[in-house]
Write a protein of this length. Structure first.
Length: 202
């Protein structure tokens, strides 16, 4: 939960800055917030995840172009680029290494058949591609304010719904737990016919 809030706080600041000023101020704020996020990760954990570096790089380039050229389209395209990049990386993991990215991320805590991990990886890639496509539709068919609302609220809602559906799918394919050995022994003992003591005497 804390990690989710940590990842989400630049978007919250972006939304607040946009509502208080305009998209250009919001862009400057989200660039600064992403820098703070990466810096905090480095000093707190002594490492920065690859995708955090990628996000920072894209945010700096696309956000910087928005501020320098005073063109809103650059910062709007950033969401699609990053989502489609995620999709490409996920699909590429099918051909590099023994495990897909989703299995590497979740395999330590979940046991699923190899085929299901592959399916989940493709589904995640499809989801990121979908988000990027929806972003293009929104940015070209709705106002900037509606796009900001979509980025701030629409994308997280899509993510929550997708994760919920994914959890249902994974639950259906999780292997059934083997019965506890002690319980099994007790059950076998209970099932054995008891010999009446009087019959022994006879």
């Amino acid at each position: 939960m804390n990690k989710f809030l940590f990842d989400f706080f630049p978007i919250v600041l972006f939304f607040i800055a946009y509502k208080s000023y305009d998209l250009y101020v919001a862009t400057a704020v989200v660039i600064a917030a992403t820098f703070v996020q990466v810096t905090y990760s480095w000093f707190k954990f002594r490492k920065v995840e690859t995708m955090q570096w990628v996000t920072l790089g894209l945010m700096t380039v696309m956000g910087g172009a928005t501020l320098y050229l005073q063109d809103e389209q650059f910062i709007k395209w950033k969401l699609t680029i990053i989502e489609w990049l995620f999709a490409v990386v996920l699909l590429g993991s099918h051909f590099v290494g023994k495990k897909t990215i989703i299995e590497k991320m979740m395999g330590a805590s979940l046991e699923l058949p190899k085929k299901i991990w592959s399916v989940l990886n493709v589904v995640w890639a499809g989801f990121f591609f979908l988000v990027g496509a929806v972003n293009i539709y929104v940015m070209f068919n709705y106002s900037t304010e509606e796009w900001v609302n979509f980025k701030t609220f629409g994308v997280p809602i899509m993510m929550v719904v997708f994760i919920a559906l994914q959890m249902v799918f994974m639950y259906k394919h999780m292997p059934e737990e083997a019965p506890d050995s002690d319980s099994a022994t007790e059950q076998e003992t209970d099932e054995k016919p008891t010999t009446d003591s009087s019959s022994k005497e006879n």
